[in-house]
Structures are given as structure tokens and as C-alpha cells.
Design a protein. Sequence first.
Length: 339
Amino acid sequence: MAQTPQVILSAFADEAANRKTAIEQLSALAAIGLKYYSPRFVDVAGNGQIKHVVELNKSELSSLKKLHQEYGMQVTSIGARIGKVKLLDVDDGSHNKFVPFKKYLKTEVASTIRAAVALETKLIRGFSFYHPQNEDPEPYIPQAVEQIHEIVELCAAEGLVYGLEIEPNLIGETGPLLAKIARKVKHPNMVLIFDGGNVAAQNKNPIQCFSEYKEMRKGLGWMHVKDYAIDPSLTWSGAVDEERLKNFVPANVGDAGHELVLRDLKEHLPKLEKKMKKLGVPGFFMEVEPHLKGGGQFGGFSGPDGMGVAVRALCSVLDYVGIGYQLRSFDDIRELRGF
């Protein structure tokens, strides 16, 4: 009898915490039954000082690692913001920042790699840079490819894998564009991250979302899971105002076509899992990033209740299509407490 394909469940923990404290985040995810998470914004000491994980100092990273041991958690990826800056220093009417690329490598990229090494993860989530607003992204692919390749090389030097996520308004805002970037970068330490909610938020229906997933499938390394319900009253302008997106929903009720995507993914999971294990990753991650109480350019929020709803919704779809996963068991608790 064929073995059921498996994914590893994970979540962006800051979405589950009202005050972003590390203890809140890890407690919420451990209670849901998860063993993995991606850190993003976190208050390590619980003193109201919220930082992005790449801004934590050595002592704070060490304290966070101790909490991982206490709560039996491991880091999936660094929820980085690499690539969410302008490709060119032009005034295009957006609020996006431009940072000279060589400086960017020495600051944002270097600090992200430092955090990944310190927290013992192989994966860094990143993006494909902003082209000038309201322009065709296609002509900007060569420069984006050149810069992304340099980032990937720095990651690979530390044994890390760079995951390029599909997201609105960036050069890699569609499946075909992101797949083209991956083919041109052509590096074993770069993979793609599909996020159906980020596609549906571009006013695309389940069939269109599935089509974009298929364009990316060969290069997939892991998946983010959120969903979006298209608002028929909104006129599509070709760009997404991320701060105004209000229609995020659980994965079993939106327009991202998760059933279609996961039925297809099931057939390809063994090969994808083998690829990721060869890179030193424990398997194929499916990471919940639901934004059920709001989302924006650099993060989102669901609350502990919303995160529970989102994880259970994903599990229901996985059960329906026949993909396996594991939540914490009594054996895990016994092992954690040294019974």
C-alpha cells in the first residue's frame, strides 16, 4: 500500500499573539499542536520592545532559542522582508523604500542570514523587489535576477536556502513571472513559495490561482497558506493596496482554490520532499499565515483564536484531499518533559 504523502505544518507565530511576546507566540502554537514556526515580529523579553527577528541582538537570539527548547518548537524559516524594497531609486508615488544594493547586502541580507544561522533554520523567505509602480514588471526581470542571484549566493555560502514568495505589486507577482525568475537565477539554493491568498487578492478566481501554482510547481520549496474572498464590488486597477485588504478567510472557504492545488500537490509531494531533504530541510512545509483579522505589506494578524481557526481549516482540506500531517501527541509531551 502506498504511503500517504506528508507535509510539515508551521505558522507565522506573531499572527497568533495579541502583544507579540515570544511566550504568547510559542504558547499559542504549541497549544494548537504545531512544532514549527517562522519568527517575524517578536518581543523576546516581554517588555513591550517589539523587533523584527533580523534586528535581534545576540543575547535576544540566545534567549529565544532557550524558549524554543522550553516549548518544543523549531524554526521553519526566517520570515524575512528581503526584496521588499525598490529595485530603482525613482519616485513612483509609492511609499516603498530604496536602499543601494551593496549596502542592502551588508545590512538587511547579512542580518537575516545571521538570524537564520543563530536560530538553526535552513530557510529564508524573501521577495523579488518592487518595480516602478504601474509599470510592466517584465523589463525589470534581468536586474532583479542579478540581485536575487547575489542574495542566493550569500545564503548558499552558509548552507541556507532562499525561498522567493509570490506577492502582489512585486516583479514576481504572478506564477509565470516568478517561474521565469527562478529559471534565470538557476541556483539549487533558491526555491519558490506559493501563497494562494496572495494570488486571489489580485482578483483571481480558483482556476486562475491553480494555473499560477502549476507554473511554479517545479520550483516549489514550501507553501504559505492563506485565502482571500474576492469582493465583486471592487474595481480591479492592476495593483493591490495591501493595507486595505480586508477579505482574508480560512483556506477552506476562499477563492485561492486550495482543494485544486492540494490535490495536485499530493502527486508531487514525494519529489518535492526529496528535493528539500537534499538541501538539509526536514521536509515540505505548509505554513499558515492567515491574516484573518487583517494583513498588510509586512505582516498580518489573526489572534490566537484566528490562528486556531486557520490551522483547523487547513487540516480539514488536507484530510479531504488525503495529505498527511502531524500535530503534537502525548508521546511528544513525554519526550519534551523527559518522562
